[in-house]
Design a protein around this ligand. Structure first.
Ligand SMILES: NC(=O)c1ccc[n+]([C@@H]2O[C@H](COP(=O)([O-])OP(=O)(O)OC[C@H]3O[C@@H](n4cnc5c(N)ncnc54)[C@H](OP(=O)(O)O)[C@@H]3O)[C@@H](O)[C@H]2O)c1
Length: 283
């Protein structure tokens, strides 16, 4: 896929993986629409990327969990005469803890951002892509999508939704010229864990944002429905398919309970040494 001159909307572009997509795509000559709540950060990023790459950058400051949020984003792009050629649904966050102890409004916001906003944005921009016979939807799921995640119950379920939704759209659109890819990273070195609620949770050696973004873009270019960046994550989809679901839930629960109850001691083992040499697994 040639990104040069394409207009790509990135949600959650003010930090972490979204900011990494913005860097990588501006460097490839794409025009960008950056969406998040942090106006100053987005404006600063826009100025920097325009100066560095000579591309058009639009900023839409929007809380995607607010009522009417996606309609507002859509009308902002329409008013500016923008055609969104590709959409990267990246904004998301997680809650940790026993489900019944997580505040209800936090749970609702998590579902609103990780699931509802992603679906609504896809509803807003996919029809135009299908009509034009080209485009891309990139949904940032997680390695958590492949199994139930006790103590992060809503997050795993939300990402499982994103994975399943993406795979279905990939199949619906693969002959329509529109690519759909679910990106399922393991731990990535961003501010994400701070937002989870405890910055002490440790879930393996994190990958750098640039690594994840490059693997994701390569998967989109190859029209792969799913990518799990990093060889250390390659076994997760397979193992979680082969083992009984209740065993997977129990083992995952033991790992994550440790992380929540005794943050500094907890580690989820990785299998990087077994699979070193494979840069990413596309499914
Ligand atoms: N980091 C990891 O280990 C990891 C692993 C697997 C998957 N992921 C997924 O990767 C995606 C990006 O996470 P990240 O690690 O880059 O985390 P991050 O650095 O915390 O970035 C989250 C982004 O989402 C935006 N955002 C949060 N709430 C929002 C809202 N209500 N409306 C609009 N934008 C909102 C934030 O911007 P504002 O605060 O400015 O709104 C920020 O730009 C998420 O979907 C996450 O689930 C992360």
């Amino acid at each position: 896929m040639n990104w040069q001159g394409q207009t790509v909307m990135i949600t959650g572009a003010s930090s972490g993986i979204g900011a990494g997509f913005a860097e990588a795509l501006a460097a490839r000559g794409a025009d960008l629409v950056l969406v998040a709540r942090s106006a100053d950060v987005l404006q600063h990023t826009a100025r920097r990327l325009r100066a560095a790459h000579g591309v058009r950058i639009d900023v839409v400051v929007q809380d995607l969990t607010a009522p009417g949020a996606v309609a507002a984003v859509r009308s902002a792009t329409e008013q500016r005469g923008l055609t969104v050629d590709a959409l990267i649904n990246n904004a998301g966050f997680a809650s940790a803890g026993r489900f019944h102890e997580v505040p209800a409004d936090r749970v609702n916001t998590e579902v609103a951002l990780d699931v509802a906003a992603l679906v609504d944005l896809t509803t807003a921009y996919l029809p135009g892509m299908v009509e034009r016979g080209r485009g891309a939807i990139v949904n940032i799921a997680s390695i958590a999508a492949f199994q139930p995640t006790p103590y992060m119950a809503v997050y795993g379920a939300a990402k499982a939704f994103v994975l399943s939704f993406s795979q279905a759209l990939w199949a619906e659109n693969r002959r329509a010229g529109v690519r759909v890819t679910a990106v399922c990273p393991g731990p990535v070195d961003t501010g994400f864990l701070g937002v989870v609620g405890t910055s002490e949770v440790r879930v393996g050696r994190p990958r750098q944002v640039g690594y994840v973004v490059e693997r994701a873009l390569r998967a989109v270019e190859r029209n792969r429905p799913v990518v799990t960046p990093g060889p250390e994550n390659a076994w997760v989809p397979l193992v979680s398919r082969l083992l009984p679901r209740r065993l997977v839930a129990a083992v995952t629960g033991r790992s994550l309970r440790g992380a929540v109850d005794a943050p500094s001691a907890a580690r989820v083992p990785t299998a990087g040494s077994l699979t070193a040499g494979f840069p990413a697994t596309e499914h």
